[in-house]
Design a protein around this ligand. Structure first.
Ligand SMILES: [Zn+2]
Ligand SMILES: [Zn+2]
Length: 292
């Protein structure tokens, strides 16, 4: 009783990539779930993995679903219209997320379900659907205590840290470490970006499990700088600094094959072990639940 697990339903960044090269880790976009004995279902992001999650539920029962969205980019919301529980009366679905530019999360979700894009509007859904606008703050869902942190991405993107029954878990959706965009050595900028990156280290300090965007390898990063994503190097260093026990690479680059992910996991575990650390590293894999 009181145990916590994380289950991955969609692990890709950007776009779904079904096919023979992604059979092991999966090809759906961002969606993961915390599994516990509590009556509330805690789900992060509504990528295409959300469809599979919805279809795995016992739909003859009522569900109290709390959907925590990191940000409104397509790969984090495009499974929502295909999430079967929203069509069934008696289900309660609460969607949390940040406003970004001119739009609230409610307007984003409703916008995706206008007739131009989809045949059913949110107003026609049978579940009891509600929205909660959140920013950097703390709140509770049942016995889950939740803290959020604003990440570095082209739109407002929230990281979520959950405390539950002595376990600490965090999910960092799309995030790039802060850097000096002018590429000079202005000491003031170096100091400010350093402090902002340090704040994120504090946010994830002492976690049992961290799931983090690690879309690029260091070799791929220079041509994607400013796109709002981390490298495997960035997140391993951040997690080591923060004393994280287990790190999952997440938001895998669409082109990344199963074989390449296996190699990355092997390579980083070897390197970390050689430096005397005990942190475990794995790559998020669809359909598999891991203990927190
Ligand atoms: Zn994304
Ligand atoms: Zn994004």
């Amino acid at each position: 009783m009181g145990e916590l697990q994380v289950k991955f339903w969609g692990v890709r960044g950007s776009i779904p990539v079904p096919g023979p090269a992604t059979v092991k880790y999966g090809g759906n976009t961002s969606c993961l779930e915390l599994i516990s004995d509590e009556p509330e279902r805690i789900i992060f992001d509504a990528g295409t993995g959300l469809r599979v999650l919805g279809d795995s539920l016992d739909l003859s029962k009522k569900h109290d679903i709390h959907l925590l969205i990191s940000h409104p980019h397509w790969d984090h919301i495009n499974g929502f219209p295909f999430f079967t529980p929203i069509y069934i009366p008696g289900n309660r679905v609460t969607v949390y997320g940040p406003s970004t530019f001119e739009l609230t999360m409610e307007e984003v979700i409703n916008g995706q379900m206008k007739y131009s894009y989809f045949p059913v509007r949110t107003a026609e859904l049978s579940a009891d659907l509600s929205f909660k606008e959140i920013k950097a703050e703390e709140f509770d869902i049942g016995k889950f205590h939740i803290r959020t942190h604003i990440l570095n991405h082209p739109v407002t993107c929230l990281g979520y840290r959950i405390s539950y029954n002595g376990k600490e878990f965090a999910y960092l959706g799309d995030n790039e470490p802060y850097y000096n965009v002018f590429n000079d050595d202005d000491p003031e900028v170096v100091q400010v970006t350093g402090e902002m990156n340090e704040q994120l280290v504090q946010f994830v300090s002492g976690l049992d499990v961290l799931v983090s965007d690690s879309q690029y390898t260091p070799a791929e990063y220079p041509s994607h700088r400013g796109w709002g994503h981390s490298t495997t190097h960035h997140v391993v260093n951040m997690a080591l600094k923060a004393g994280v026990k287990k790190l999952f690479f997440f938001h895998h680059e669409p082109q990344r094959s199963d074989e390449e992910l296996d190699l990355l996991v092997y390579h980083y575990n070897e390197r970390v072990r050689a430096r005397g650390f005990t942190m475990e590293i794995d790559a998020a894999r669809e359909g598999v639940a891991f203990p927190v």
